[in-house]
Every structure is written in C-alpha cells, then in structure tokens.
Ligand binder design. Structure first.
Ligand SMILES: Cc1cc2nc3c(=O)[nH]c(=O)nc-3n(C[C@H](O)[C@H](O)[C@H](O)COP(=O)(O)OP(=O)(O)OC[C@H]3O[C@@H](n4cnc5c(N)ncnc54)[C@H](O)[C@@H]3O)c2cc1C
Length: 286
C-alpha cells in the first residue's frame, strides 16, 4: 500500500516546527521516527494532508542530567539511544521496557516522544511512564510551554491532551530516589510483540516489600486506554498484600478483547503481570 498524497516540510528547529503547526490544523501531523505514523498512512488509516518532519531537530535528541538526580530525555530520543545509556538503568521499569519494544530497526528509528504522543493503548512505554510518574514537557507557539503529568496525558485510545498546535519536547524522570525500585513485566502478543497485558510497578518503602510507603502502578494493553491502578496502589499502601490487592487491577476497566486474548484472559494476565512486576521491583529494593 502507498499513502495518500501529502505535502511535506522539514523543520530545522523547534520554533520552525511550532510555526508550521501553529494553525492547529488536525490534517497537519508531526513526523518523528515514522514507526507508527507511516504504517498507518500506508494502510490509509491516517491521511494527513501535511507532514512536518521534526526528525532532524538536534535539540530534541539526547539525555541530560537534571539537578536532583533526574534525567531529561528529548522527545526525539530513540529507544536504541535510551538502551545504550547506563543512567537509564536507575529507572528499572524504563530499562525493562526498552529491549522488548519492536526489533532493532524499530528501536533505531522509533522515539519515546512519538510513542507517547501516538498513545497506542498497548504501547509498552505507557506503563513505565505512569509508574515512574514521568513529566512530559510540551510547547505551542501560541500558549508557550507546559508540563503534563503522565497520569494526565493520555485521553483515550490514540488520544492525548496535546493540541494540534502543540509538540512534545521532553520527557522528565524525577530524582532516582523516588523510583529506586521499579519493574515492568508484560505478556507479549507473539506476532507483534505488543503487550496483551503490561504492568509497571514502582515502590518506595522497606526493602523486601514488608512495609510499602509508596506504590505507583501503570497498566497498558489491558483497557481501552493506559491507566494508573489507583485503587490497587491505595490498598497496597494501606497494608493489603500485593498479591491480594492486584486481583482488582482490571476492575472498572473496559477490558479489550480481540483474537489474541479475550476479556477474561486479558484481565487474568494483568493480575499475573502485576504480581511479577511487584516481585521484580521488590527484588531491586535495598
Ligand atoms: C514492526 C513494529 C513493531 C513495534 N513493536 C512495538 C512494541 O512491541 N511495543 C511498542 O510499544 N511499540 C512498538 N512499536 C511502535 C514503536 O515503538 C513506535 O512506533 C514508535 O516509538 C513511535 O515513535 P515514532 O518516532 O516512530 O513516531 P511517529 O510514527 O513519527 O509518530 C507517531 C505519532 O506521534 C506524533 N508525534 C511524534 N512525535 C511527536 C512530538 N514530539 N510531539 C507531538 N506529536 C508527536 C505524530 O504526529 C504521530 O501522530 C512497533 C512499531 C513497528 C513498526
């Protein structure tokens, strides 16, 4: 399949890109690594009239240290670049996600910002983004810059709170201590590798999981959109053993059902992945 005809512009700077999308026309789309958008265009599931290619904007690439021990990751940073950076291993759930995304080609081209902005309800990155409470920095020419908590970013399947005139610039991981023990575990769909159920758990508290003072859980692949399992989090902090609390991880969600996994199986796998992610996070405590 070939895409429908479209106009193409390449932006050299962030300001230039923001000017090109400033009209807020939803038929104009930003192109980053193209690993989600181009396949959709080839299938004609997306028909943008204009692409603004941001793929060569150097200022959007790379990882820098933040004061306080955190990291700022440029939106155009590829999975491969994240995999190669030893600082990323401080964030267990993020480090776990990187090798399981796609294949070498996808990891060399696909970007963290593109994946978050695409908001596939089964994207792997959504779970660690939620569990590590990543902060997403966005900018538009008209309204300037704002910081969005990952928990407020996703707005449905393939939808985010970003406006059509807005770009994601940076993803911030806060001080390492805040999420010193985290893990991501997923059951991949064998053909595509996307998670049937993927859960990231971030823990603070006594090593060994004996007394958990903080628990943040991000779930992907299960519901119609990625979500924080707030009820399970509260229950764990209140003292309920994780294995019991996790039984309700899919409760209240419109659990997805397809040829790969029906609702009951997917919900059951969410519980199993949550328990495994918790055990892996506990093993990293201390
Ligand atoms: C064969 C294959 C296997 C894959 N397997 C997996 C997998 O197992 N798990 C998984 O999670 N993902 C998987 N992916 C998806 C891949 O991780 C994402 O496609 C990729 O990371 C998206 O980033 P991109 O730079 O390619 O985005 P693009 O395709 O360029 O853009 C995606 C969307 O985000 C928007 N966008 C991009 N950058 C920005 C920005 N800075 N600001 C605002 N909007 C922006 C675009 O307008 C578009 O709507 C797979 C993809 C392929 C092709």
């Amino acid at each position: 399949m070939t895409p429908a005809a479209f106009a193409y512009s390449r932006a050299a700077t962030v300001d230039e890109a923001l000017d090109l999308i400033a009209a807020g026309d939803p038929a104009t789309r930003v192109l980053a690594g193209g690993q989600s958008l181009i396949p959709l265009m080839k299938l004609r599931l997306a028909r943008p009239e204009r692409l603004v290619d941001v793929g060569r904007i150097g200022e959007l690439r790379g990882i820098r240290d933040l004061s306080g021990g955190g990291l700022a990751v440029g939106a155009l940073t590829t999975w491969a670049a994240l995999l190669e950076d030893p600082r990323v291993t401080r964030y267990g759930a993020l480090a776990d996600v990187l090798p399981v995304i796609g294949d070498v080609q996808v990891r060399n081209r696909g970007t963290i910002g593109g994946s978050l902005a695409h908001a596939d309800p089964a994207s792997d990155i959504a779970a660690p983004a939620l569990a590590l409470e990543m902060e997403l920095v966005a900018r538009s020419a008209a309204r300037g810059e704002r910081t969005i908590a990952a928990a407020d970013f996703f707005a449905g399947a393939f939808a985010t709170v970003l406006g059509p005139d807005e770009m994601l610039l940076e993803v911030r991981l806060l001080g390492a201590g805040r999420s010193a023990a985290s893990a991501y575990v997923a059951l991949p769909q064998p053909a595509s590798g996307y998670p049937i159920a993927g859960v990231a758990v971030s823990l603070t508290g006594t090593p060994g999981g004996a007394a958990t003072t903080g628990c943040v859980i991000g779930v992907t692949g299960v519901g119609e959109q990625q979500y924080r399992a707030y009820d399970v989090e509260r229950s764990v902090v209140a003292g309920t053993p994780f294995a019991d609390a996790a039984k309700t991880i899919a409760a209240g969600q419109r659990v997805a059902s397809d040829i790969h996994a029906d609702r009951d199986y997917r919900a059951a796998m969410a519980v199993v992945m949550a328990r495994r992610a918790f055990d892996a996070a506990v093993a990293r405590q201390g």
